[in-house]
Design a protein around this ligand. Sequence first.
Ligand SMILES: [Zn+2]
Length: 432
Amino acid sequence: MLRVALAMLFAGLALAVFWIGSAVARAPAGLPETVAYNPLVAGIIAQVTTPTLAYEMEGLTGERPVTVAGISYTIATRNSYRAQAISMSTRYAYEQLAATGLSVTYHNYTWGSYNWRNVVAEKPGLADPGEIYLITAHIDDMPNSSDAPGADDNASGSVAVMLAARLLADRPLAYTVRFVLFTGEEQGLRGSAAYAADCAARGEDIRGVINLDMVAYNSDALPIIDLYASSSVPASIELTRIFSDVVGVYGLDLIPERFVDESVLQYSDQWSFLTRGYPAFMAIEDDDDFTPYYHTSQDALATLDLDYYADFTRAAIATLVHLGGLFPGVGWGQVSGTVTDLEAGRPLPGATVSTFWPADCYTFTATAGAGGVYTLSLPVGVYTLTGWANSPPYYSTVITGVSVFNDAVTVQSFTLAPWLRQYFPLVAYGDN
Ligand SMILES: [Zn+2]
């Protein structure tokens, strides 16, 4: 009899743990397990066009003058040792990013006797701003001469990052996204090393870094792209899987090839993040069809394949959107109510109400305060809400079909059953 009762007790405990655990296990969200076609994302990347890319590339590679600090200026080189040129180049990037409406900062750092700066634009997440995704590129270039257009290496990545900022600035994203341009890459990843160190010192929760370095050269009939991840940070391998999935889901004319290769990773800025344990990967043109103008004054726009570059940029931006969690952008409302004990009717401060939106990609959570009152802010839509508490433990209550309306509050209260009450009949069964 005791054995039966004990078995039932453990069954009851296991059930309670399962119910509570199932709510906890989905939050906070990790990386998307699958990439589902999203027409909103397709609409965003459709705005990446070859004329737009060509125009921006002309500006960053000195083929047309640009306006920087209110004057007309030709960016003939972006070499980090060229003090005035790199200063104007980073200021140009700053002003381009600021024009999107995002908040932009210089990240200043020192390397030896050099005082250099990176450029960082940030879009805070609406659901979980502490979870951060980066799209990055180095804006500096080679050779160290007065004529260094650096079109493929790496105006291509830099323009893609700035275009991503422009296209996503007004889009509601669940997580924080940063658009980062590094200097000092050609001198040994100086800018990214300083930046990643500061992120780590702040304890930032960076979940993914997309680093674009040379994404526009393709001279043959095979539009191969190379994606490099690190075995020491397994999530980086997941990131290249997502990038590769995006290419297929959105029908882009690219052939992704995925590698896990530490020896290659150390040659660009993803390395600075990987060595801090942050998931980062490199997206780069086919190693077997590599620009012959690498680090020369001939690395010019005319040598690039703009169709290949456009699809590469679309893939990078779509990947960033899927990581960042795009909301429909149709307004926000609230669900509010009380969480109370089913039997005693007393309020349960500390109880949790959560929902998953829209396909387990991310979780909204609210904790009940005094009087057991909770308030959950959500994008307009229809939700399944789960209320639960585990100190002391209660069975979770699931309510489906809760509608959230724009600028309105939907009242939805929860009554939770203490799990012990559910257990007693099991003891009675054991006594029989
Ligand atoms: Zn490079």
